[in-house]
Write a protein that binds this ligand. Structure first.
Ligand SMILES: [Zn+2]
Length: 303
């Protein structure tokens, strides 16, 4: 199987991995009791802003981080209007700061091992090339929630004249990224706003935000007309459909509770894009075995 996978195109490899993951989950589920039909509830949707939006109650999800947290019980809701799957209740500010301020995220092997780092870098580089997103020499890139700033590194590698600006609330990586021209430590709103960017990127960042639309609005203001936003984020378990319920989520490698606040959808991106003066020009949910979404937004010229 692995040998076969090596000669297949990337799209087929992702499909194959999705079916493998789904098949393994189905096999394990056979021994378990049949699932009760999903309940529905009408609540305000924090993501599309619809009052009394019908939501499917997918079920309870356990914490995946040791905490300690004030809020320990969460469930996943699926909005019928915007198709977003989100944590309920919304994690509080104190618990989010427990997650991010007290933890060191980038010290493990996954991020520091050379071979692994090069694979990640190559992966992003390939995507930027395929999508034609590398800014021209003299233009600028803004990498939000940058960490080790893979997108800046990939852009610099391809075009030395790209000006790279990275932002992160944590300063733990700032000194380790010589491919970043300006590493801003602090919230994005504290970055001076004069410069206009050709590209803004958020790779595995947007799923952590309690108000992702506000972040896209902020990026819109900082982009050149025609500038683009590149987003990657967890989407949902491989080839999941609403009727599949909670079980695939409990085995989903990207289920992080309470760190991942929402699993966004194409419908959500289209709605928000239209409201902010963007258009959704790229959408692909096949990444990492159909578990991760990639979205490209383009700022309208007249905006
Ligand atoms: Zn909604």
């Amino acid at each position: 199987m692995r040998k076969l996978a090596r000669v297949l195109p990337q799209a087929w490899r992702n499909r194959l991995r999705a079916w493998q993951l789904r098949g393994m989950a189905a096999w394990r589920d056979r021994a378990e009791a049949a699932q009760a039909p999903l309940q529905e509830t009408a609540v305000h949707c924090r993501f599309c802003g619809t009052a009394g939006a019908r939501h499917r109650v997918l079920g309870d999800v356990p914490l995946t981080h040791p905490g300690p947290f004030r809020q320990n019980a969460y469930r996943l809701l699926h909005c019928n209007v915007c198709d977003v799957v989100h944590l309920d209740p919304e994690p509080g500010a104190a618990d989010l700061s427990t997650l991010y301020e007290d933890s060191v995220q980038f010290s493990d092997e996954t991020y520091s091992g050379d071979a692994q780092a090069l694979r990640v870098l190559e992966g992003y580089g390939r995507r930027l090339d395929r999508l034609g997103l590398v800014p021209d020499a003299g233009q600028a890139l803004l990498e939000v929630g940058a960490g080790l700033a893979w997108i800046s590194r990939a852009c610099k590698q391809r075009r030395d004249g790209v000006h790279t600006v990275a932002q992160d609330v944590s300063g733990e990586c700032a000194a380790r990224c010589p491919w970043v021209d300006h590493y801003h430590v602090g919230p994005l709103r504290s970055l001076p706003s004069e410069r206009r960017f050709a590209l803004a990127s958020m790779t595995h960042v947007i799923e952590h935000l309690t108000d992702p639309a506000a972040m896209l609005a902020e990026l819109h203001a900082r982009l050149l007309p025609g500038g683009k936003v590149y987003v990657t984020a967890p989407h949902r378990p491989p080839l999941w459909r609403a009727g599949d319920g909670i079980r695939p989520w409990l085995r989903y490698e990207y289920l992080h509770v309470p760190a991942h606040v929402a699993y966004l959808s194409r419908t959500w991106f289209e709605r928000v894009a239209a409201g902010l003066g963007f258009e959704l020009v790229g959408w692909d949910t096949s990444h990492d075995g159909h578990q991760v979404l990639e979205a490209v937004l383009r700022k309208r010229e007249e905006a």
